[in-house]
Design a protein around this ligand. Structure first.
Ligand code: EPZ
Length: 418
């Protein structure tokens, strides 16, 4: 099993660039099913979740060409409406293919997506919305069978601003008859990027980034070329890495407005963060981080759940106590036991973690069990005394391209052993 080996104690200095957004490109890859044509996607990260999505697209009969970080998908010759269980289980977010597949084929069978390390990942909001649009949805023997004649636009209110449900409704309604509205929609930047992609195909969608989205169905969609937005969580992770290790780092290819909540939190920790030009943030960590009284994860633009574990690594060496509440997922504190193995003093009670900062972590052998937890343990190792090992890198590889290379370019003593 691959592992990362980090020798702590080195500060980070220099410049690092952020790759394209995993959570933007995954729904965009599902959208390529819609146009039966060519899709040129620039700034596509070479990460495991993208490779898994490509396997699904290939299995459907799509043509795939990689050139650097440009991916071309040709969905003209899709020959099946079935996604096998193995591929569906490999990546929980593959449920995002369902909406696009229904819109294209009107009859689709896919395996129920598995849960994941964050806990059960229900899809009730997705299926409720599909039924409201006139789609027959039957769940049996672990499979979801969907069938529809005409998809009829309707007004959909989401009980919770689910990112995936919002995206699936946009995808299925793009080719519907009539107008679909979504209220209480998720407002994440990745939703706006999906709207931009679909509109370049010829869709008529507005309101993404707000709680009210309108999709006016069109009869067909055409070729598209698009550049994926930067990954705001990877950007946040590099900022946290600097906050914990010390030093001065310029993070380029970021959209500062996408990570205001992280910038605010790290300023509360005593970091100096300034914007240098449109797409660069420079962070300077001048000493031991300060604690943050209270962090609670919320839907965007609130503090993102995906940045909870990297920020917790920073708080684990803060000069005081911080309280972190994880409101989005029921099992997203698994990195805590591993941080405590490194000498952190964190107590978890349900959805609340009390983080008593310690002066310094100590290097240890640790195991990652989820994507963002893996990144959190690696950056914790940057400041720990001695050697830290992080295995379970299959989780990290789902969403970080070249994370060790990036940290090494900033002066970290880190190497990957496969
Ligand atoms: C997206 O997951 C992201 N994944 C997650 O990022 C992110 O943590 C999450 O949004 C929240 O921001 C992708 O975009 C691929 P949700 P998603 O539907 O769409 C409940 C990462 O690390 N819910 O907004 O699955 C659900 O259980 C990953 O990059 C229902 O109850 O998130 C959860 O508690 C992890 N019923 C909450 O809503 C539903 O039908 C948020 O889920 C759907 C969701």
């Amino acid at each position: 099993m691959s592992k990362m080996i980090i020798e702590g104690g080195r500060s980070l200095n220099g410049e690092v660039s952020v790759h394209g957004s995993k959570n933007a490109v995954l729904p965009i890859l599902a959208a390529t099913v819609l146009n039966g044509s060519r899709n040129i996607i620039h700034n596509c990260p070479r990460i495991k979740d993208v490779f898994s999505s490509i396997e699904i697209l290939k299995g459907l009969g799509c043509g795939i060409v990689w050139e650097g970080n440009t991916l071309t998908v040709d969905s003209a010759s899709i020959s099946t409406q079935f996604i096998p269980e193995t591929l569906m289980r490999e990546m929980r977010s593959s449920i995002i293919f369902l909406g696009a597949m229904i819109a294209r084929h009107r009859k689709v069978t896919i395996s129920m997506p598995g849960g994941c390390e964050l806990g059960p990942r229900p899809i009730d909001l997705h299926l409720k919305a599909f039924r409201q649009l006139g789609i027959t949805v039957e769940e049996s023997h672990g499979y979801i069978n969907c069938e529809v004649g005409d998809i009829c636009g309707d007004d959909i209110h989401l009980d919770f601003p689910s990112v995936g449900a919002t995206e699936n409704i946009m995808l299925v309604a793009a080719l519907a008859k009539g107008v679909t509205t979504i209220t209480n929609a998720a407002k994440e930047p990745e939703i706006a990027d999906l709207q931009s992609y679909l509109n370049k195909m010829g869709a008529r969608i507005s309101g993404a980034g707000t709680a009210a989205i309108t999709i006016e169905g069109v009869p067909a969609l055409g070729e598209v070329e698009h550049t994926v937005i930067p990954d705001r969580i990877v950007a946040a992770t590099y900022l946290c890495a600097t906050a914990i290790a010390g030093g001065k780092v310029s993070v380029t290819n970021v959209v500062p407005t996408h990570i205001q909540s992280i910038i605010s939190a790290l300023k509360d920790c005593g970091c100096r963060i300034r914007q240098d030009g449109a797409n660069t943030l420079t962070v300077e960590a001048l000493g031991r981080p300060l604690p943050i009284d209270y962090i609670r994860t919320l839907p965007y633009p609130g503090f993102p759940t995906d940045a909870q574990s990297p920020v917790m690594s920073v708080l684990s060496i803060a000069d005081g106590t911080s309280i972190v509440t994880e409101n989005m997922f029921e099992n997203r504190f698994k990195h805590v036991t591993e941080l405590n193995r490194m000498g952190a003093d964190i107590v978890v009670d349900g959805r609340i973690a009390v983080v008593k900062g310690v002066k310094r972590l100590s290097g240890a052998k640790t195991t990652a069990t989820d994507l963002r937890g893996a990144a959190a343990l690696i950056i914790a190792g940057l400041s720990a005394d001695g050697i830290t090992e992080v295995d379970g890198l299959c989780h990290l590889d789902r969403g970080y391209e070249g994370f060790d290379t990036g940290l090494k370019s900033l002066g970290a003593e880190i190497k990957r052993v496969d």
